[in-house]
Each structure stands twice: as structure tokens, then as C-alpha cells.
Design a protein around this ligand. Structure first.
Ligand code: ATP
Length: 140
């Protein structure tokens, strides 16, 4: 089975979308093998999103991701990476409401930045991101 890293971002957790999102995850055939709620500081967000460090929205992204607790989950199923990316929908939650109305970001996200959830974009990113948050890569 493949693993991917999912994050319910501060707006998702604060907006009480967690139970609904987890229900969708389980109904779609994923198992949740690890999970934890953490309050990230800007320094850890900086390291997590290092590929965006030169972008103009980076300072704002750091503030957003450190603005409240997040729920981090390792999801497992066949094709977990691609399937979870397809389920969350496009980055811009406003556009998602029009083009992908049944996506998670359309349901729970607010705009281009506050888009409720994260999903690894490749199996390599999934491996890096999983070990970033969870010391052992084996399931509990
Ligand atoms: P994620 O990596 O969180 O799953 P993504 O792959 O859809 O999202 P990226 O381009 O990797 O999007 O951007 C990472 C995050 O940075 C986005 O999810 C969003 O919260 C924020 N972001 C991306 N582009 C912008 C932008 N132009 N303005 C503000 N915030 C942005």
C-alpha cells in the first residue's frame, strides 16, 4: 500500500471540518495509520515548505500555518498520493467551488491561501513529509 501525508490546516481545524473530512477519507478506502494534532511554529513551517521559500506569499504562508493547531495524518491505500490529491481539489478553494464542487477544498476551504487541507504531491514528497513529522516510518 502507498502512503501519503495529509494535513488539516488551521482554518480546517478551527472551522470544525475535521470529522467530516475523516469520514470522507475512511469512506474512500484509506486507512489513517498515524495522526497527531500539533501547533507548528513558523520555523517548522519554513522547513516543511522549504520549496516555497522564495515565493512572495511565503511570509503569509508561515503566519497562516502557524496561526493555530493542525491535524497531521498518514493515509494509506493503493495510489494514496494521486487519489488524495484528486480528492482535495485545486489549490484555490474559491476556484475549486466552481470547477471541483465536490472536492474537499470546495467544501471547506476559503481562498487561495486558506485552503483547509494539504496533500503530498508525489511519492517522494510523501516519504519526506511523513518522516518530517513522524520519526519512524512504520505504522503503529
Ligand atoms: P499543498 O502543498 O498545501 O497541498 P498545493 O500543492 O495545492 O498545496 P502549493 O503551490 O504547494 O499548493 O502551495 C502551498 C500552499 O501555499 C497552498 O496550499 C496555499 O495554502 C499557499 N499558497 C499557494 N499559492 C499561494 C498564493 N499565490 N498566495 C497565497 N497562498 C498561496
Amino acid at each position: 500500500k502507498e502512503k501519503t501525508l495529509a494535513i488539516i490546516k488551521p482554518d480546517g481545524l478551527a472551522g470544525n471540518h475535521t470529522n467530516k473530512i475523516k469520514e470522507i477519507i475512511l469512506d474512500s478506502g484509506f486507512s489513517i495509520s498515524r495522526e497527531m494534532i500539533v501547533q507548528l511554529d513558523e520555523d517548522s513551517v519554513k522547513r516543511f515548505y522549504v520549496e516555497h521559500s522564495s515565493k512572495s506569499f511565503f511570509p503569509s504562508l508561515l503566519k497562516y500555518m502557524a496561526s493555530g493547531p493542525v491535524l497531521i495524518m498518514v493515509l494509506e491505500k493503493e495510489s494514496a498520493v494521486a487519489d488524495w490529491r484528486a480528492m482535495i481539489g485545486p489549490t484555490d478553494a474559491r476556484k475549486a467551488k466552481i470547477t471541483h464542487p465536490y472536492s474537499i477544498r470546495a467544501m471547506c476551504g476559503l481562498d487561495l491561501q486558506q485552503n483547509c487541507v494539504h496533500g503530498s504531491d508525489s511519492p517522494d514528497s510523501a516519504a519526506r513529509e511523513t518522516s518530517f513529522f513522524f520519526k519512524e516510518s512504520s505504522s503503529v
